[in-house]
Design a protein. Structure first.
Length: 525
């Protein structure tokens, strides 16, 4: 048969991982890898280049930090949010390795600043290549688990959820995180446990979602005990050891430990600081609409487990449990749509594996090839729908020039080192991208200011919501000098009060932003 059902776990696991990699270094395997990679890059580029803008808001910060690392080394002095827990003394780059990878996409002399257009191009290609590699890794995982037509399942990643594709297209570490997790699952299933040590180390340096690797390892440990009655502690010990080493042998140690506790705790429970819509749960109908195929694959995989007429094996149980874990996370927060659809597809592929192989017995190569072609044709409408909707979501990204004119005015007119009082915390990424000559009140996450100074945070919220009349004296007294207020034009309550405040001098306005200079010792309570 073209693809053989691997029913004996012992045969798979007895093959050393490194020998497995060497054995696959033949031209056919290489051609398949490169062909899939090229196809996935082409599709992601088609989605990405529907807009010239960087997709998502945080990408502006990530690519600028990558540029700073490229020019100034692994630990550039971070002076831009002095009133938050990311002040110069306590700063921890919890995406450090991801930023290093982004820097590899930036062209030009690393000793000199590059044009903004160059950074836009680098950001886009990074957000094309990294998810493409993650999808190829999923293909390889399925292929090595004996899944027939693994390439077709991998292509289905572009159809399973348009929200998933949109998240993968952002300049954020989610795609790299998915890539690391898939590699980890493959090595865990192959019992290459020691390789989890460097992987865990790299995960810590890449993204603060590294506890997910422990979750995955725990799932494999449990699944191994249930299916094989073995306590394989190595599945837990090696990734945990890698994570511990990644935390200790870290350029930011011990700041990384302190930041992790400060950053993660506010994410549990209620959302008092307005962490953003991505931490809110989905409306059920919206989730069904943007991940329709995922909801069809889920029951198909469950039914397939019943059709296989055999006990669930270790890989299937791992996939089932991981699907449940990431499904619960998605129910809690919409941001986990960056993982859940992929794990639903992996589960369904592994659940259907024995059913498909039993059906394939005795079929000719031509018959199987025609079947694969027909399945591909059936997938096309789903691909078209999801890719089109992902392109629509990408196209809703704010213009590449959004706020740029106002920030350029600040760069030219405000004295170096001036503090910018923003009325919206998520304006920071664009301010920082276009202007590293000034410092900013808050950014990336509002809890960073709240954790550093709760009283100052509450005052900032009250002022920006238009709840403080004549706010300039308090701004001048509590937020530093020299000082400017930078506001998007949507903050009308604040702008109405600012218009009557003699301590706020409007110095710039366009259709997107308004800027005020704070006049010291002017205004009244």
């Amino acid at each position: 048969m073209a693809s053989t059902l691997i029913s004996e776990e012992s045969e798979i696991n007895a093959e050393p991982v490194l020998e497995e990699l060497v054995a696959h270094l033949d031209w056919r395997f290489f051609a398949e890898v490169m062909g899939l990679l090229a196809l996935f890059i082409a599709i992601l580029a088609y989605i990405q280049y529907v807009t010239p803008a960087i997709v998502g808001n945080d990408g502006y910060y990530h690519i600028r930090i990558a540029d700073l690392i490229r020019r100034h080394g692994l630990k550039p002095d971070f002076i831009w949010m002095p009133l938050t827990i990311l002040n110069e003394k306590d700063f921890y780059d919890h995406h450090m390795l991801y930023h290093v990878i982004l820097a590899l996409f930036i062209t030009g002399d690393p000793r000199k600043p590059v044009a903004d257009a160059t950074l836009f191009t680098a950001a886009k290609w990074a957000s094309i290549v990294i998810p493409a590699l993650a999808f190829v890794a999923i293909w390889y995982l399925l292929r090595r688990q004996g899944v027939r037509w693994a390439w077709l399942w991998a292509l289905g990643l572009f159809a399973v959820s348009d929200a998933f594709i949109y998240r993968m297209s952002q300049v954020r570490a989610q795609a790299l995180s998915l890539l690391i997790l898939v590699i980890g699952i493959h090595w865990l299933l192959k019992r290459g446990y020691r390789l989890l040590l460097p992987l865990g180390f790299a995960y810590v340096w890449s993204y603060n979602a590294f506890p997910l690797l422990v979750v995955v390892a725990g799932v494999v440990f449990v699944a191994t005990w249930i299916t094989e009655k073995k306590f394989e502690w190595e599945a837990l010990i090696w990734p945990v050891a890698g994570i511990v080493l990644g935390l200790i042998l870290n350029p930011y140690f011990p700041k990384d430990i302190k930041f992790i506790f400060e950053h993660l705790l506010p994410k549990f429970g209620e959302n008092p600081s307005g962490l953003g819509i991505e931490w809110e749960p989905y409306n059920t109908w919206i989730l069904f609409n943007n991940s329709t195929l995922m909801f069809f694959l889920l029951p198909l995989g469950i039914f397939a487990l019943g059709w296989q007429n055999r006990r669930i094996d270790r890989s299937q149980l791992v996939a089932l449990l991981l699907m449940c874990v990431f499904g619960l996370m998605l129910i809690k927060s919409r941001r986990f749509v960056e993982y859940a659809p992929a794990f639903v597809l992996i589960f369904t592929a592994l659940a259907c594996r024995p059913v498909i192989e039993r059906w394939a017995v005795g079929k000719t190569a031509t018959y199987l090839a025609v079947t694969a072609a027909l399945l591909t044709v059936l997938l096309v409408p789903w691909l078209y729908r999801a890719i089109d909707q992902a392109r629509t979501a990408v196209d809703t990204s704010e213009s590449a020039s959004y706020m740029a004119d106002g920030v350029h005015w600040l760069k030219e007119h405000a004295p170096p080192g001036a503090m910018m009082f923003q009325t919206d915390w998520d304006d920071f990424t664009r301010l920082f991208f276009y202007d590293t000559d000034h410092i900013y009140l808050v950014g990336l996450d509002p809890t960073y200011l709240q954790l550093a100074d709760p009283t100052l945070y509450d005052l900032w919220v009250a002022i920006t919501r238009g709840q403080v009349k004549n706010p300039s004296p308090q701004i001048a007294a509590d937020f530093g000098h020299p000082l400017y207020v930078f506001s998007d034009v949507q903050h009308t309550a604040f702008m109405n009060l600012a218009a009557d405040d003699p301590g706020l001098k409007e110095v710039y306005r366009d259709n997107e932003v308004v800027i005020y200079e704070v006049l010291a010792n002017t205004g009244s309570d």
